[in-house]
Design a protein around this ligand. Structure first.
Ligand SMILES: [Zn+2]
Length: 197
């Protein structure tokens, strides 16, 4: 059997902007025309912004915002807007995420939950994985008795191409701990986020 020759390209051999210029040419465009001449640099900047979640960490986000409490009532942050990019088509998907947890002995600063959502949304994503990662991050941060996360989103890859279903939405959810084990707890979450149980 012959040994495969793997050609290793030097990292950063071509900038993101220069690569897009090639893509524009391959699509039959003239990347030098007035409207497009600065597009590759703008696109690179936009893509770096839309994927900035790779540079964030749970430790940095929750730093100092965990408080000991004697509260065991459900905490829910609903209608957190998010914008993400589908990793299969590099097209946006966007919507709302609802996050609930049942504290054991700690709560997390409420403003941190949207920041956790953003950290994972600002990456190339799948809605299913986004939902799961947000739940696991809350679990890791404060070890509550349970976590439930529901995401409702619309995907440009469904709306603009393929099936072209402009009005269809996708719902995903993840439940951990008490939300998984206890139907009444799960139903309370669903009714609080406005979903029929
Ligand atoms: Zn897609």
């Amino acid at each position: 059997m012959s040994k495969a020759v793997v050609k290793v390209m030097p990292a950063q051999a071509m900038s993101v902007a220069a690569s897009l210029k090639e893509v524009l040419t391959l699509l039959g465009e003239d990347p030098e025309r007035e409207g497009l001449v600065h597009t590759p640099e703008r696109w690179e900047k936009a893509m770096r912004f839309l994927t900035r979640g790779y540079g964030e960490s749970l430790e940095k986000i929750v730093n100092g915002a965990i408080y000991g409490v004697q509260c065991d009532e459900m905490v829910i942050v609903k209608d957190i807007e998010f914008f993400s990019m589908c990793e299969h088509h590099l097209l946006p998907f966007f919507g709302k995420i609802h996050v609930a947890y049942l504290p054991k002995d700690k709560v997390i600063g409420l403003s941190k939950i949207p920041r956790i959502v953003d950290m994972f949304a600002r990456r190339l994503q799948l809605q299913e994985r986004l939902t799961q990662q947000v739940a696991e991050a809350v679990q890791a941060a404060i070890s509550p008795r349970g976590v439930a996360v529901m995401a409702e989103a619309r995907h440009f890859c469904m709306m603009m191409r393929g099936v072209e279903k402009q009005h269809s939405g996708t719902i995903t959810s993840t439940t951990l701990g008490a939300f998984r084990a206890n139907k009444a707890t799960r139903d309370e979450f669903l009714s609080l986020v406005g979903r029929p149980v």
